[in-house]
Design a protein around this ligand. Structure first.
Ligand code: ADP
Ligand code: ZN
Ligand code: ZN
Length: 729
């Protein structure tokens, strides 16, 4: 009888691997790392086979139900990575493996005619085939003359195809995909001095054959992508693969095109809207070494590479690199770990590096700093003008656009140039309020105000709840109920009023829910003589449209007023990034930033393109308040239907955490809270949180991890979710 140790994905803490019996019927199919379905406390859950060994106790052993995926592209190195994630993010091993393997893609698709066969027999296979002379012959041929196609192999051995197939099924032969190489001879631009210098430093790092990280701090339009492309070509010439992460793949079709133009079918793209078959094919090409360049969003960091040499994280400061579900990993940290496993180089690229990253790249830090201070061809960075909205109001301008912005827009329209209007808030109006009684229309399921949309419906952006907008106040019946706070739909309406006949496009979550719609809108804006593109942060990233000479920021205050210690940093990043969309062609660009807070340092330093001043100023604020990077945080979120249960759990945790701090004599760990979370209720579930704060990350994890083990599933009706180094609190 055979037993398998399976790492399951269930909310038990600590050891998540259990033994199961391998049923006779599945014995052939199940291999190490297979994704299987097993019974666990009354239901079926997924898990991964870690090993075949005997259980410590034969009683109560259950059976594996079925094989979900025979080979989910895991290996020993990725298992070590999962074990590291378990420690780093206080998640379960099964959960970490789920993240690495991604969603199940099931069975392999058929082999192609040009695919070659390689011999992968177990020990003594030839002897074992004594009674199957045809199979034996095929195996002997495959061993002596590798890499023939299936048909060729059958011919050489003088047998029919079925014999080859049966050996493939046994695992004695494997199929390796090949494909015709497309020869590309792209014309490469002559590198600028700064690019040359950056590349030289990256090459030095590669020569050392040791894990290293380089922070490539380059202003927008300084040619970072060209540096990436050259580093990848170098890596490839050494026979090693590169992974390139970009924040959101559907938002940056131009980026994908640039990589494909340069490397053709050596590029594999991984993204969430692929079919299972497509994803399987790409992963197989990566594993077989056919794809040398892997391009994808966050989860592409887990690509099953064989010989990883380089990892690039573009826009490394982007919050989308952190997963907001369990396990709450950060792709940058995973990248550094994978680089350490493979003696690979990591390049972190950004015009606005995260504070954490920049501080690690300064004197004595673990990263090397490489700077691109100028735009390619010495094009000027855009001129940024700040408009004080209080003054506009004083002058009697009640429009959402200030007079400088209106005249700048008219000028662009006259000259046939393109403009971008940025506002990081979708919908028509952010809140609907009664001016008589002060009633705000809120979602009944979430503790958040409803957003008015231009179809006269009120929508909840957290749970999707919607009602039609009331004409009178539901509280006091007054008719003085109306929308406040501007969203992108309102911006579109105002533009159409001001500039009738103007070709306007809007890009936000409401216009891009359909697959491929991003690309369509962009193409229409770029090629279809579009004049103004309105959008949320979706348009802040990566767009390289030479005809855009004006960027208007409708309100810089949206991100500034978020109650989070990273609000200033986020504002600086967004402003710099969106400003960087202007003046990328021959003509120089202008940026107009509207705000009620024109003296704020993050706005002033963004105007001056002065990251370094921003960095020092913000670091001193963080230091004074002892926030990251001067401390580490762990956020523990409790949620449940009953607020009393949630509060009770949070209080028990608070007491117990303090107990553990005392017991272990760990100093410098604070337990803050419990307090209601930023949004106190989402989808009928109340949310409370605790924050652990301290100088040493391992201390915090030790305290929280100890309690996780002890707590088990003490509060059945409350979900406890742990976020190590949260991006927002
Ligand atoms: P970044 O990623 O830093 O914003 P890009 O790599 O997109 O900058 O480069 C900006 C523009 O300059 C792109 O259109 C790119 O094709 C072009 N470019 C980059 N390097 C060079 C070069 N050495 N010579 C000429 N053009 C270049
Ligand atoms: Zn009212
Ligand atoms: Zn809601």
């Amino acid at each position: 009888m055979q037993f398998a140790e399976v790492a399951v994905s269930v909310p038990v803490r600590g050891n998540q691997s259990f033994h199961y019996r391998v049923p006779e019927a599945l014995a052939e199919e199940i291999i190490r790392f297979s994704r299987v379905e097993v019974p666990f406390s009354g239901r079926l859950v997924q898990g991964f086979v870690l090993a075949f060994n005997n259980p410590p106790d034969l009683k109560k052993i259950k059976e594996i139900k079925r094989v979900v995926e025979q080979q989910p592209f895991l290996d020993d190195q990725l298992l070590v990575l999962a074990q590291w994630m378990e420690q780093r993010y206080l998640c379960g091993l099964g959960d970490a493996l789920q993240s690495i393997a991604g969603s199940a893609i099931g069975k392999a698709t058929g082999t192609k005619e040009q695919d070659v066969i390689i011999a992968t027999p177990p020990d003594n296979a030839i002897e074992g085939l004594a009674r199957a002379p045809k199979q034996r012959k095929v195996l002997e041929v495959a061993l002596s003359r590798p890499e023939h196609t299936k048909t060729e192999l059958a011919k050489l051995a003088g047998v029919n195809l079925q014999v080859v197939n049966s050996l493939i099924k046994k695992g004695y032969l494997s199929v390796k995909a090949t494909e015709p190489r497309v020869e590309l001879t792209p014309s490469l631009p002559v590198l600028t001095k700064e690019q040359e210098h950056a590349l030289a430093k990256i090459r030095d790092a590669m020569e050392k054959q040791k894990p290293q990280a380089i922070l490539l701090h380059g202003v927008t339009g300084s040619g970072k992508t060209e540096v990436y492309l050259r580093s990848i070509a170098d890596t490839m010439s050494k026979g090693r693969q590169s992974i390139i992460l970009i924040p959101e793949i559907s938002l940056t079709p131009q980026m994908v095109a640039r990589f494909k133009d340069r490397f053709g079918n050596l590029v594999a793209v991984l993204h969430s809207s692929m079919s299972n078959g497509e994803r399987y094919a790409e992963k197989k090409r990566i594993r077989d070494g056919l794809a040398q360049v892997i391009l994808g969003a966050r989860s592409a960091i887990f690509a099953p590479t064989e010989r990883l040499g380089l990892i690039i994280i573009d826009e490394e400061h982007e919050p989308s690199y952190k997963q907001d579900e369990n396990p709450k990993y950060h792709a940058r940290e995973v990248a550094l770990k994978r680089a350490a496993q493979n003696d690979a180089v990591v390049i972190l690229g950004s015009a606005t590096p995260a504070l954490e990253s920049y501080c690690r790249a300064r004197e004595g830090g673990p990263y090397q700093l490489v700077t691109l201070a100028h735009r390619v061809d010495n094009r000027r960075l855009p001129r940024v003008q700040i408009v004080d909205l209080r003054e506009e109001l004083a002058k009697g301008n009640l429009n959402i656009f200030s007079s400088p912005l209106i005249s700048a827009l008219s000028k662009r329209i006259e000259q046939g140039e393109k403009s971008i209007l940025f506002l990081n808030r979708r919908g028509f109006a952010t809140t609907v309020l009664c001016r008589r009684c002060g009633q705000v229309m809120k979602c009944p399921r979430c503790d958040i105000s409803l957003t008015l949309h231009n179809d006269q419906r009120l929508k909840c952006h957290y749970c999707g709840y919607g009602i039609s907008s009331p004409l009178t106040c539901p509280e006091c019946n007054s008719k003085y109920i109306r929308g406040f706070g501007v969203g992108t739909q309102r911006v579109e309406e105002e533009v159409k009023k001001l500039f009738p006949g103007c070709k306007v496009f809007r890009m936000d979550a409401d216009t891009t829910s359909r697959k491929g719609s991003h690309k369509e809108i962009l193409e229409q804006f770029i090629n279809g003589d579009g004049q103004i593109l309105i959008g949320t942060q979706m348009i802040a990233k990566g767009l390289d449209i030479p005809e855009v000479t004006l960027v208007g920021v409708v309100s810089a205050d949206v991100s500034l007023n978020i109650p989070d210690f990273r609000a200033a940093e986020r504002t600086f990043q967004l402003l710099t990034q969106v400003a960087g969309r202007a003046g990328r062609g021959e003509a120089s660009g202008d940026v107009i930033v509207q705000t009620y807070d024109p003296e704020h340092f993050s706005i002033l330093t963004a105007r001056d393109h002065d990251f370094i001043s921003f960095y020092h100023r913000e670091m001193s604020v963080r230091k004074a308040l002892c926030y990251p990077p001067f401390s580490h945080l762990i956020r523990i979120l409790f949620s449940g239907i009953s607020e009393a249960d949630v509060m009770a759990a949070a209080e028990w945790w608070q007491e117990s955490l303090k107990g553990i701090v005392e017991e272990t004599k760990i100093t410098g760990v604070e337990v803050l809270g419990p307090a209601p979370a930023g949004i106190p209720k989402i989808k009928e579930r109340f949310r409370w949180q605790l924050i652990l704060k301290g100088a040493v990350s391992t201390d915090l994890r030790k305290v929280a991890g100890t309690l996780l083990q002890r707590a088990g599933i003490r509060f059945k009706k409350v979900t406890v979710s742990i976020d190590v180094d949260p991006l927002s609190i």
